[in-house]
Design a protein around this ligand. Structure first.
Ligand SMILES: C[S@@+](CC[C@H](N)C(=O)[O-])C[C@H]1O[C@@H](n2cnc3c(N)ncnc32)[C@H](O)[C@@H]1O
Length: 253
């Protein structure tokens, strides 16, 4: 039996549809005059959709999205924004965040203190370092400045974010930014692999790292530990969000 959770977009669609049906039925049966007050009806639909989403086990932040979605859509249609701007907005968000619904990895960036803590974990001599999902390439830029003797490679699948990372690292000879999916890249050539992702891909990442990384190579997971695997050590970064770096040696012992 497949125990994996339903894709978030499917759950969201189900919550919106079910919320609409429930709200419609409630208004029809209890207070039909509400049809004359579209914003109030939309708020009721939002509340019903949020409730359904909660019942379907969606993460908490979805509740707010469901509650606000139809009221916000209604408000925007009244704002008279030309239709093509919605398409432009959608394309822009897609280019920056790509298929977050599939990867379940959003875009947030490692800060300077985390980069310094990671730099301190690098081997003393020349090494190859990968950032899986390198975002805007800022982390690699900092590491490359700190360690000109090492080679850094970032992989990013969101087109605009990848371009941003490339431009930020133009002219930096020890940084390469590749466009693509890190699941299809081999981890075998790296001494250190850094991953700042989300809880969802961590078990799969550990399986990939264990199959591909060499003995003694280091996997550093920012914030999200691999469930059921004890890290070799945990670094506590002295930043505001109290970042923790989980260090693993997944290769052959
Ligand atoms: C949390 S951000 C981390 C960015 C950067 N590593 C840092 O620490 O500043 C995760 C990034 O991984 C990218 N990403 C997620 N899944 C990916 C995949 N399968 N292949 C390539 N990039 C991916 C996302 O687009 C996002 O930019």
């Amino acid at each position: 039996m497949d125990a994996s959770p339903a894709p978030p977009l499917r759950t969201a669609l189900a919550a919106q549809l079910a919320g609409s049906v429930i709200a419609y039925a409630l208004i029809e049966l209890v207070y039909p005059d509400l049809f004359a007050l579209p914003l109030a009806a939309a708020l009721l639909q939002g509340a019903c959709a949020a409730l359904v989403s909660h019942r379907l086990g969606a993460a908490k932040w979805w509740l707010l999205i469901h509650f606000g979605f139809l009221p916000a859509a209604l408000w925007l249609t009244r704002a008279g924004i030309p239709a093509h701007w919605y398409l432009v907005g959608f394309c822009l968000l897609l280019a920056i965040f790509w298929r977050t619904d599939v990867s379940q990895v959003p875009l947030y960036l490692s800060n300077a203190k985390t980069a310094a803590a990671l730099a301190a974990l690098l081997p003393p001599g020349p090494a190859r370092v990968a950032d899986l999902g390198c975002g805007d390439g800022g982390l690699l830029r900092r590491l490359a400045q700190a360690r000109p003797d090492c080679r850094f490679e970032g992989v990013e699948h969101a087109p605009a974010t990848w371009l941003w990372a490339r431009l930020r690292n133009l002219g930096r000879r020890n940084v390469a930014i590749r466009y693509g999916d890190f699941w299809s890249s081999s981890l075998g050539e790296f001494d250190v692999v850094y991953a700042f992702l989300s809880p969802v891909p961590m078990p799969r990442l550990m399986a990939k790292a264990a199959a591909e990384m060499r003995a003694g190579s280091l996997l550093v997971a920012n914030s999200f530990a691999v469930p059921g695997v004890s890290p070799e050590r945990v670094i506590e970064v002295a930043d505001r969000r109290r970042t923790r770096l989980f260090c693993y040696r997944p290769g052959p012992k």
